[in-house]
Design a protein. Structure first.
Length: 327
């Protein structure tokens, strides 16, 4: 009888041994909850393509943010859905605009317990649904958009946002917004750049979540799915421009890019488990095809293993609860 020299199974023999050997751990403080707040509604509106998620009123928004804080979640990322839209997204930098009003309310309510963050992009606020302002020929005007972003960033910082999530994919946006913030005295406002943000199919349900007006696609500014090297380049450029944190998005389908970015930069790297990823799991779980909780925890562990320092996930509060209960 020749005995195996190596027995990796030795370290898997029981739950206590496996627990001690775990290389990675997900913790509630590394989870960030994206939330939608809509202007002019009396009751929260369920988002049909994202079961369990809603467009919130200011009141219901406060409630879910408090729940997240109590569960130990690290932050909330706010998206605004305005009642009125126009070509330049005027609601975005209006201090009375829904996103800025909500930010102020949440900063007061939960600002001591978690990091209140805002999405910095024009797509929810424009009547054409693009992430920037348009030239006469219909193309998204990079440099004119930067001016709008700077104004939006200052309005968000003024409303109390501690961390701006730059999701518009305009060239030079990090440097422009950083210098705009600094000039207004907002030197402590954190910039998280969606550096490697890919165009593609996984944002589908989000379009319903924000009542997107987009016709067409974002392929002239978001990245092309085949390109990984380019994702690393975008991250390096953003760090050079002053980004405090970089992000890769979508999440699970782009873990290769996440791992490459992780090894290329020394700032925190975040991931966004986007709406399509959420809805696929919810749909399969609803049909009894997969174990919902186990699948969610597996997916969050995968981000951790690939090197993510934090993850934006619509399951943040629920997963934080499971982790705290030791499930
Ligand atoms: C743009 C933005 C989008 C998402 C986050 N920020 C939509 C897009 O780029 O089309 C998608 C998030 C998700 O799908 O969960 N403001």
């Amino acid at each position: 009888m020749v005995f195996p020299t190596h027995r990796p199974r030795r370290l898997r023999q029981s739950a206590p041994v496996r627990r001690l050997m775990a290389e990675n751990h997900i913790v509630p403080s590394q989870l960030v909850l994206p939330l939608f707040v809509r202007e002019g509604i009396q009751d929260p509106q369920p988002i049909s393509s994202m079961p369990g998620q809603s467009q919130h009123t200011l009141d219901s928004l406060r409630r879910v943010a408090v729940e997240a804080a109590e569960a130990g979640v690290g932050g909330v990322m706010l998206f605004g859905v305005p009642a009125v839209r126009d070509a330049v997204g005027s609601g975005a930098d209006d201090p009375e605009g829904i996103l800025n009003v909500a930010t102020e309310a949440l900063q007061r309510e939960v600002g001591d317990a978690l990091v209140v963050q805002t999405d910095l992009c024009l797509d929810e606020f424009t009547d054409h649904g693009h992430c920037g302002v348009l030239r006469e020929d219909g193309a998204v005007d990079n440099d004119a958009t930067l001016e709008r972003y700077v104004s939006m960033g200052i309005a968000q910082a003024r409303a109390g946002s501690q961390l701006l999530g730059l999701s518009g994919m305009m060239d030079g946006q990090v440097a422009a917004i950083r210098s705009g913030l600094d000039a207004e005295g907002f030197t402590d406002t954190i910039i998280m750049a969606y550096s490697a943000k890919y165009a593609g199919a996984f944002y589908g349900p989000f379009r319903e979540a924000v009542d997107s007006q987009l016709k067409g696609d974002r392929r002239t500014y978001q990245m092309d799915p085949p390109n990984a090297r380019e994702g690393v380049r975008e991250a390096l450029l953003d760090v050079e421009e002053g980004a405090d944190i970089v992000m890769v998005k979508p999440g699970l389908p782009y873990l290769d890019v996440l791992a490459e970015v992780r090894s290329a930069v020394d700032v925190p790297v975040w991931a966004y488990q986007v709406s399509g990823e959420y809805s696929m799991v919810e749909a399969a779980a609803e049909r009894g095809w997969i174990d919902r909780r186990a699948t969610i925890l597996d997916s969050l562990t995968a981000f951790n293993r690939a090197g993510a320092d934090a993850v934006l996930t619509y399951w943040a509060t629920e997963a934080a609860g499971w982790i705290r209960e030791g499930l």
